[in-house]
Design a protein around this ligand. Sequence first.
Ligand code: ZN
Ligand code: ZN
Length: 420
Amino acid sequence: MRLVIHKGASEVGGNCVQLISEGKSIFLDAGVPLEELEDKDKKPDLIDFSKIKASNKSTILGILLSHAHQDHFLSLKNAGDIPIFTGEPSYGMLKVLKDFSMDGNVPLENVATFKDGEKFNIGPFTITPILVDHSIYDAHAFYITDGASSVLYTGDIRFHGRKKHMMEKVFDRFASPDILLVEGTNILETGDEAIYKDENSLEEPMTEFMNKTKGLSLVVCSSMNIDRVVTVFKAGLKAKRELIIDLYTAEILRAVGNDKIPNTSWPNVHLYLNGYHRSIVKRNGFFDMVKGHGSGRLFEEEINKNRSKYVLLYKKSHYKFLEKNNLLDDSSMIYSIWEGYLEKEKSLNDLLDFYKIPFKFIHISGHMYKKNLVSLVEKLKPKAIIPIHTNNKEMFREFENALLLDNGEEYEVQGNYKSP
Ligand SMILES: [Zn+2]
Ligand SMILES: [Zn+2]
């Protein structure tokens, strides 16, 4: 099989890898690099599938989506009628993103879903999706073979989340792949320097900070990072605070379809519909959607009366409405996403400055560290290692079998395939 990284070889995100065998091809992810996503002045440069099809003369049979982060899916906008394969919860989350116009119009008419560990075939390729830990629900690695050679693609991955024990054995069945196509976001960090050692260890400092707060406790985190939503929920319980979420988050939690995860049918999880979402509901007729979350809905007056009883997942769209209803008095904020986003969030910085809101950064990365990579390589003994999703692929040279590809460079995978 031949392998081409179209995007992601020398940047964080944007992953798009083509595997070609017998004139047929599949893609692993179809994203847009993080740097392009953050540049609001420029339109992202999406993958052009018809151009690729013409240039390497292969029939495109499908695109495998490892997880529902934009840096992996946004180029699906150009997928046309190419079938998309992803996990059921990821499909659910993509539909919610579409409902709330947050996805750049990815076509979802042609999506087939797969399950962790269940092999399936697309043309000459046999694919095993492998559920892994990452800062989003339902992230997968893929083991792919065409019967002659094999590729293990990690997607985005970490070993310190809520699934960390599961992660110790996750690739046991997939040792000695011909290629380990591995993410290298945090290749410069050993992991020993991290302030918090795993997802669980965020809980206590969050509780402590909430306990010091007299008013509403605000937490900024990604709604699709369900590990983190659970952390906030649990920290809140310990601080005797019930969770308040917005309509978008409520829908994400519903879409993953796991009743062990906090959702609005729980007595201590509440929906607050801010004015921005009220107008979306009216415009799109989402009345049944709201009704579905209705039992624990909270209005401004109730929140205001009992500000110390709640922790609110803060969204940009809340700002105006929290301010208008005096909900920010005595509040505090926990920032639980990548620190780099903060400097770009003008409205958030204004709010913090103006209300002199106590602020604490409590976060752990969604990506593995170098020590995880070293043990992964020791364990799997891949024939070759190809880095992706990294600004520092040169750092991989310390592995003697590293193979540094550039975007667009085609590589013939040397096969030594053995059935796992
Ligand atoms: Zn990514
Ligand atoms: Zn990701």
